[in-house]
Ligand binder design. Structure first.
Ligand code: COA
Length: 325
C-alpha cells in the first residue's frame, strides 16, 4: 500500500512584524537580521488568537485540498511546542472545532515536530489502525519570546500548516529518520512553566518563562546533523542528492540552508525557502512550505522530496517521500 499526502493547507496570521519594527524594540537593524539570518519579516498572532486557531484554519484548507469529507479523518496529530494549554491538547480543541469524531493528540518535538508527526501518522495508516490522518504543525512562537532579547526575538514567527495523509495510487512515503539527543536540552529551552519549575513570581522576574537559546551552539548543531539525517534517508531510499527534486528544510537561517546546499553540491533552487516572509515558525515551517510549494505548482507527480527538521530537544530528522498528487 502507498501512503502519501492527499491535501495540504496553511494559515498565517495577518499581522506583519518587519525588521524595522524590531529595530524600534531592541538594539538591532534590518541589515544585520537580513545578512545573518535571511529573515525580512514574520507574522504575529492577534491578541485573541492562539495556536489552535491557526491549526484549525490550516486543517480546514488541507481537508478542502484533499477533496475528502472531514468525517473521513480518524486521527488528528498537532505538532507544537506552543500549545493553547498544558492540558487539554491543542489537537482535541481542533477536533472539536472541526466537528468530527477522531482520536487527537499533541506531539512535542519542537522544530522537528512535523517530521516526527508525519512519520507517526504514516505508521498508524501502515499498521492498519486508521485510514486517513490529519497532521498539523502549528505554533504561536511569539507568545514564548522575550521581546528584550535580540538573540531570539528576531528569529521566530507564528503560523500553521497541515496535510491529510492517506492511501494513494503511487509514490508517497519512502523513508524516515528520527533522532533525539537530550544531552543538548539546555541549548534551547523554556525553563519555567512545566513540572520542573512551575511559574512563580521569581521565574517571571528571571524571565525563565521565555525561550532561552544558545544561538551559536544551535547553529553548529544544525550544520552537523542536517547532512547526517539527509544521508540516512537517501541511503534508505537508495538514491542520491542529485535524484531529489526539492529539499524542504526547516526555515531557521538562510546560512544553514546555503551551507547544506554547498555540502551536497546542489543549487539553492532545489531548496524551498520562505523564511524571508515568516521567520522560524518551528513545527509549522515544513507543512507551510509544502503547502506553498504545492499551491505554487512547484511539485509534480513523481517528484522526490526530502523534508528536514532540527531544533529543541535537541531533535532532528528527515522524511523522504514522493509527491503523489
Ligand atoms: N542584532 C544585532 N546584533 C546582534 C544581534 C541582533 N539581533 N544578535 C546578536 N548580535 C551581535 C552579538 O552580540 C555579537 O556581537 P559581538 O561580536 O560584539 O559580541 C555579534 O552580533 C555576533 O553574534 P553571534 O551570536 O555570533 O551571531 P551569529 O552569526 O551566530 O547569529 C543567530 C546569531 C542567532 C542568528 C545564529 O546563531 C543562528 O541563527 N543560530 C541558530 C538559531 C536557530 O536556528 N534556532 C532555532 C533552532 S530550531
Amino acid at each position: 500500500m502507498k501512503i502519501g499526502i492527499l491535501g495540504t493547507g496553511s494559515y498565517l496570521p495577518e499581522k506583519v512584524l518587519t525588521n524595522d519594527d524590531l529595530a524600534k524594540m531592541v538594539d538591532t537593524n534590518d541589515e544585520w537580521i537580513r545578512t545573518r539570518t535571511g529573515i525580512i519579516e514574520r507574522r504575529i498572532v492577534a491578541e485573541d488568537e492562539a495556536t489552535s486557531d491557526l491549526a484549525y484554519k490550516a486543517a480546514k484548507s488541507a481537508i478542502e485540498d484533499a477533496g475528502i469529507n472531514k468525517d473521513e479523518i480518524e486521527l488528528i496529530i498537532v505538532a507544537t511546542m506552543t500549545p493553547d494549554h498544558v492540558t487539554p491538547s491543542t489537537a482535541a480543541i481542533v477536533q472539536d472545532r472541526l466537528g468530527i469524531r477522531a482520536a487527537a493528540f499533541d506531539l512535542s518535538a519542537a522544530c522537528t515536530g512535523f517530521v516526527y508527526a508525519y512519520t507517526t501518522g504514516y505508521s498508524f495508516i501502515r499498521a492498519g489502525i486508521y485510514k486517513k490522518v490529519l497532521v498539523i504543525g502549528a505554533e504561536a512562537m511569539t507568545r514564548t519570546i522575550d521581546w528584550e532579547d535580540r538573540g531570539t526575538c528576531i528569529l521566530f514567527g507564528d503560523g500553521a500548516g497541515a496535510v491529510v495523509l492517506g492511501e494513494t495510487d503511487s509514490g508517497g512515503f519512502i523513508a524516515s529518520n528520527l533522532v533525539a539527543d537530550g544531552s543538548g536540552a539546555c541549548e534551547l529551552m523554556i525553563p519555567s512553566g512545566g513540572s520542573r519549575k512551575p511559574v512563580s513570581i521569581e521565574t517571571i522576574k528571571n524571565k525563565e518563562i521565555y525561550m532561552q537559546m544558545n544561538g551559536r551552539e544551535i547553529f553548529k548543531f544544525a550544520v552537523k546533523v542536517f547532512p547526517e539525517t539527509v544521508e540516512n534517508v537517501l541511503e534508505q531510499g537508495n538514491i542520491t542528492a542529485d535524484d531529489v527534486d526539492l529539499f524542504i528544510p526547516h526555515q531557521a537561517n538562510i546560512r544553514i540552508i546555503e551551507s547544506i546546499a554547498k555540502r551536497f553540491k546542489q543549487s539553492m533552487d532545489k531548496f524551498y525557502v520562505n523564511l524571508q516572509k515568516y521567520g522560524n515558525t518551528s513545527a509549522a515551517t515544513i507543512p507551510i512550505a509544502i503547502d506553498e510549494a504545492n499551491k505554487e505548482g512547484r511539485l509534480k507527480k513523481g517528484d522526490k522530496l526530502v523534508a528536514v527538521g532540527f531544533g529543541g530537544g535537541l531533535t532532528y530528522g528527515s522524511v523522504l517521500f514522493e509527491w503523489s498528487k
